[in-house]
Design a protein around this ligand. Sequence first.
Ligand code: GSH
Length: 217
Amino acid sequence: MGKLYIGNKRYSSWSLRGWLLVRLAGLDVEEIVIPFAEGKTAAISAVSPNGLVPYLEHEGAKIWESIAIAEYCAELAPGLWPSGRVARAHARAIAAEMHAGFRALRVAMPMILGREMPGHGRNAESLADIARIEAIFESTRADYGAEGPFLFGPGFGAADAMFAPVVTRFLTYQPPISAATADYCASVRAHPLVAAWYEAAAAEPVEWKLDRYESIA
Ligand SMILES: N[C@@H](CCC(=O)N[C@@H](CS)C(=O)NCC(=O)O)C(=O)O
């Protein structure tokens, strides 16, 4: 039916988004993990039009960029976005903000599953990104997710998938966050697909570990 190309589950935050979206939509695709090289990964450039993962091929469609994968998956599984027009618009806005922004957080606190580095990566810019993310979580859950535990209520959707790698960073680097954010993070971490991703990350060959990540802190 197709192929989903992803990078190391331990490190590849964008791959986590794409993989969650594809799994939530129930697409029957072969999963191909391409371990990262220390520099640019030639094997990824050889298959993916933008030289990046995630990259999805499905029934003739070729999709790169995780936000485009979200929209493609939601065409096949519309429940990935909230059903109400206004809530759906908000979900798309925050997913797009995540896709386009928060670079300071991503640089200061790269995704490394299975490690705890409390305190590392805090600087004015990364803390400002975290404050904005917490404001998004708080206002979204107040306006649309009161039935919790996810951003738009009981169901883990595309917006949650887009923010899942941020949750892993909060768990690894343990920046100061509110109790409500911590609750949301615990719910995301406990979701069966997120738990499965963590387990697979822990089982990756030790030779796939990269100094550029493992030498942090
Ligand atoms: N904007 C892209 C970002 C994808 C991206 O940066 N992927 C990284 C891994 S997380 C990658 O493929 N790097 C290639 C490499 O390390 O060789 C998306 O939304 O999918």
